[in-house]
Design a protein around this ligand. Structure first.
Ligand code: ATP
Ligand code: MG
Length: 422
């Protein structure tokens, strides 16, 4: 069934078969002919790629859309999308009397594990390989700190309280850089969870971030940090199960009343202070990583790019950067009317004077607090202990969860009625 192009027998008429051209990085593309109408699964394609490239581990492949952009395929759903896109182009080629081009795919090959995957993660990509005891993680790492993190991760996963079979995925809560977050139902406990599913066919940098995230989540025990239930591997994905926050993240809220925002910012300061006390920098402080719920709780999540300072040399201004991001986040929430540049862009502008909130529209303590957090010189920004005694924080540090709770409930109610109207 699988033959190199130069050796291929006389092909049957093109309309009776689908030709998938597997693009091999160093030339010698291979055509794979499949009778039309046969069922084709993502796994089948990976198996064939495995035959073409026996020395590499392939967990995904790509195809090109009409603009030449590469689209990644990692699942049967994405395969369907690719095939339906391909059949549309075939129909167009037929209508125009053009030659029918094969479907070209580009394997996304990982280098043999150990070379590329510095954490020694080995993922069994055979179908049905769902693991909760984590045979996927191996020892034998090149240096002590990595060995430690692997051991930590093993402990988390071996904990084994979570596995794919026990989880029913419901809605998609959002997509981020690394993966997709689902609202899910954990059958044995009857709990609703947030499950972040991250494909493992990713760069070393992202793998490091995941390891870091898991270690940190595992360590943390604070009511201002998202609760962690466990993680598991299935095929080429890792799923991280955390507490579900029914109010979602702060990026979707517009201009929060200051007496509510005050209580939220106190919780965020406490969450950050907790992390800093463990010598952990958050490093991705932004509204989408601040979650609220109808009980009035506010929690930080996503330590994907967090780093434990002892691991990095010369990181003197880490806390100051978290403080700056905290300031810009709250400024962004309050000015969330399209007038500010995107957060990340703003964060890149180091030479400009920091943006300032207009006094008059916001209270003087709030403007002062945010302005201090965004001082250009890192050392002039408030230190953790100074944040806690700033008049704005002191004013709202009354543990009054009711205020946030009522506001979240009202916002969700409004959202529901707006959706009802549409
Ligand atoms: P980035 O990848 O840069 O961190 P992001 O934070 O928007 O961006 P994700 O972390 O993947 O991306 O999260 C996607 C969305 O899922 C978030 O914006 C948030 O609204 C939602 N979300 C994440 N975790 C939870 C949770 N525990 N409970 C409820 N919603 C959540
Ligand atoms: Mg996030």
């Amino acid at each position: 069934m699988l033959v190199p192009r130069e050796m291929e027998p006389k092909a049957p008429p093109p309309q009776q078969q689908l030709v998938i051209r597997i693009k091999v990085p160093d030339g010698g593309d291979v055509d794979w002919r499949i009778p039309l109408g046969s069922q084709l699964l993502f796994r089948d394609v990976l198996d064939v790629i495995g035959q073409v490239l026996p020395d590499t581990t392939t967990t995904a492949f790509e195809y090109e859309d009409e603009d030449g952009d590469r689209i990644t395929v990692r699942s049967d759903e994405e395969m369907k999308a690719m095939l339906s896109y391909y059949y549309t182009t075939v129909t167009e080629q037929q209508v125009n009397g053009e030659m029918i081009e094969p479907l070209q795919i580009y394997p996304r090959a990982c280098k043999p594990p150990g070379k590329r995957n510095i954490h020694g993660l080995k993922v069994n990509t055979r179908a049905g390989s769902s693991n909760n005891s984590c045979p996927a993680v191996t020892e034998g790492l090149p240096n002590n700190s990595l060995k430690k993190s692997s051991a930590e991760l093993k402990k988390i996963l071996a904990n084994g309280q979570m596995n794919e079979q026990d989880i029913q995925y419901r809605d998609i809560l959002g997509h981020g850089n690394g993966g997709t977050v689902y609202k899910a139902y954990h059958v044995p406990s009857g709990k609703i969870l947030a499950v972040k599913v991250i494909p493992l066919d990713i760069t070393v940098e992202l793998q490091k971030q995941i390891m870091s995230e898991l270690e940190i989540l595992y360590k943390c025990d604070s009511s201002y940090i998202i609760g962690f239930y466990g993680a598991f591997f299935v095929e080429n994905r890792i799923s991280i199960c955390t507490e579900f926050m029914d109010g979602g993240s702060l990026d979707v809220y517009r201009k929060i009343p200051e007496h509510v925002l005050g209580r939220i910012s106190v919780a965020v300061v406490k969450g950050l202070t907790y992390l800093w006390s463990l010598k952990i920098l958050h490093r991705d402080v932004k509204p989408s990583n601040m979650l609220v719920n109808t009980r009035g709780q506010v929690k930080l999540c996503d330590f994907g790019v967090s780093t434990q300072p002892e691991r990095i040399a010369g990181e003197q201004y880490g806390i100051h950067s978290d403080v700056w991001s905290f300031g810009i986040s709250f400024m962004e929430i309050q000015k969330n009317q399209g007038s500010l540049m995107p957060l990340q862009l703003l964060q890149c502008i180091v030479d400009e004077d920091p943006p300032v909130l207009p006094v008059g529209e916001f209270s003087e303590p709030f403007v002062h607090f945010i302005t201090q957090c965004m001082r250009k010189l890192p050392t002039e920004r408030p230190a953790p202990e100074e944040l806690m005694v700033h008049p704005f924080v002191v004013q709202y540090n009354d543990k009054n969860a009711e205020v946030v709770s009522m506001w979240v409930c009202r916002m969700l109610e409004e959202r529901r009625s707006q959706q009802g109207i549409q």
